[in-house]
Ligand binder design. Structure first.
Ligand SMILES: [Zn+2]
Ligand SMILES: [Zn+2]
Length: 415
């Protein structure tokens, strides 16, 4: 028998990576051009597309936290040491963040429930006491693709006690390898708005504009401001600090017409009745869904995250822009300080490695490492926000490596 000569082609060099942290900068974000501008403007680390009929926004997310957390396993580049939040309360050390694929199909024009009065009786801080409560579990996405749970803890725990299990970003996993989530009592990820250049102060309570995320039925979760940065009108709030009005952003763009939204506006989760209305603070967050959610999720009454959208995407994500030739474009601005945008076109889906190198050829920063769909991509590099590693002024190269080839451009960081 003729012996076959096997040519060994090293298609992929086995790369032993130090690992790359999952961040707002390098997480994959696919915001379809047919998605409403609200989603395009405020979300990162998610895929968002209009559904085939145009009636739903399909919002896909992973539940990963794009920052350091002690709920990432040691060895994960996002891992930091566990910090106890206090004794005698519910805490979940040795629980870890696991990636899952979620989608919520959010109605474009959600229909308000008839005869629903959101009063103190409806909003009772308990799970499972009303038909219209969000179920326990993932019922929405924060701006950064982290799950949002309803404001309550699993019975019989109180959310005030669960708050001691939160990490610095007000999230925690459910169970040992559980679903990482915020509750709608949690402080929202304002760092996404900072990353997108919308605000400068990502501190809840003093952010110029405070948007946290959106629930599966279309309720928008806000912080202490309206979408334009103004102080909410509390006179028309219901029992979960919600109200209906047009949501107009700081540029005067109407992002939603007559949209129900709630305002999560306090500094800490407390068992105290701070404003003396007879209820603990946590109850003023979305516990009851305002909009009808027929056909969605559990018992057709209460929406929840799903594994498949109600309807497929109108246009497959990544396909709506006809890719040009495989290209790596000149960054802009250039010279720059401290941020610059790098754009490229992929004609094929596949593995992508986009990194910055110094003149000596040392890899200074990995911007993208993983699989991406074909299409036009933009990545922002913030040279000041580099995990505390100072990046000095000077010339740098950025190199895009894919199965289509390798391309390099130069750029100049000035100080
Ligand atoms: Zn929880
Ligand atoms: Zn409002």
């Amino acid at each position: 028998m003729k012996r076959m000569i096997i040519k060994i082609a090293l298609i992929y060099l086995p790369v032993i990576m130090m690992g790359q942290a999952y961040t707002l900068e390098n997480c994959e974000t696919n915001l379809s051009s047919n998605a409403p501008s609200f989603y395009q403007k405020y979300f990162q680390c998610v895929d968002i597309s209009l559904s085939s009929s145009g009636n739903y926004v399909n919002l896909y997310y992973s539940g990963l936290a794009p920052y350091e957390s002690w709920y990432y396993e040691s060895g994960n580049p996002n891992h930091i040491d566990y910090v106890s939040q206090g004794a005698g309360y519910f805490q979940v050390p040795n629980s870890y963040i696991t990636e899952y694929d979620y989608v919520v199909s959010i109605p474009i024009d959600p229909e308000a429930r008839l005869n629903l009065t959101i009063d103190a009786d409806a909003v009772d801080g308990e799970v499972g006491t009303s038909n219209f409560e969000y179920p326990m579990g993932s019922v929405g996405s924060a701006l950064n693709g982290v799950n949002m749970y309803n404001p309550c803890a699993s019975p019989p725990d109180a959310i005030e006690d669960e708050a001691y299990s939160f990490d610095y970003y007000s999230g925690h996993p459910a169970g040992p390898t559980g679903i990482y989530h915020y509750h709608t009592t949690s402080k929202g990820p304002l760092e996404v708005l900072e990353y997108k250049g919308i605000i400068e102060t990502p501190t809840v309570g003093s952010g110029e504009i405070e948007v946290f995320g959106i629930m599966c039925d279309g309720v928008v979760v806000m912080g202490c401001t309206e979408l334009d940065g103004s102080v909410p009108n509390t006179s028309d709030w219901d029992a979960q600090n919600g109200h209906v009005h047009d949501m107009v952003d700081e540029l005067g763009t109407t992002q939603f017409t007559n949209r129900y939204h709630t305002h999560v506006c306090y500094d800490e989760i407390t068992e105290d009745d701070t404003d003396g209305n007879g209820y603990q603070e946590h109850e003023f967050t979305p516990e009851i869904s305002y909009y009808k959610t027929e056909g969605m999720g559990q018992n057709y009454n209460r929406c929840a995250a799903m594994s498949d959208p109600i309807e497929e995407d109108m246009v497959a994500l990544g396909d709506e822009i006809t890719p040009g030739d495989f290209s790596l474009y000149q960054n802009y601005p250039n010279p720059f300080n401290p941020t610059t945008s790098i754009e490229y076109d992929l004609t094929k889906s596949g593995s992508v490695d986009l990194a910055i190198y110094d003149l000596m050829g040392h890899r200074v920063r990995t911007l993208v490492f993983g699989n991406q769909k074909s299409g036009f991509k933009t990545v922002v590099w913030d040279a000041t926000n580099d995990f505390g590693q100072a990046v000095s002024a000077g010339m740098y190269f950025y190199t895009l490596n894919t199965s289509e080839g390798s391309l390099t451009q130069k750029m100049l960081l000035i100080k």
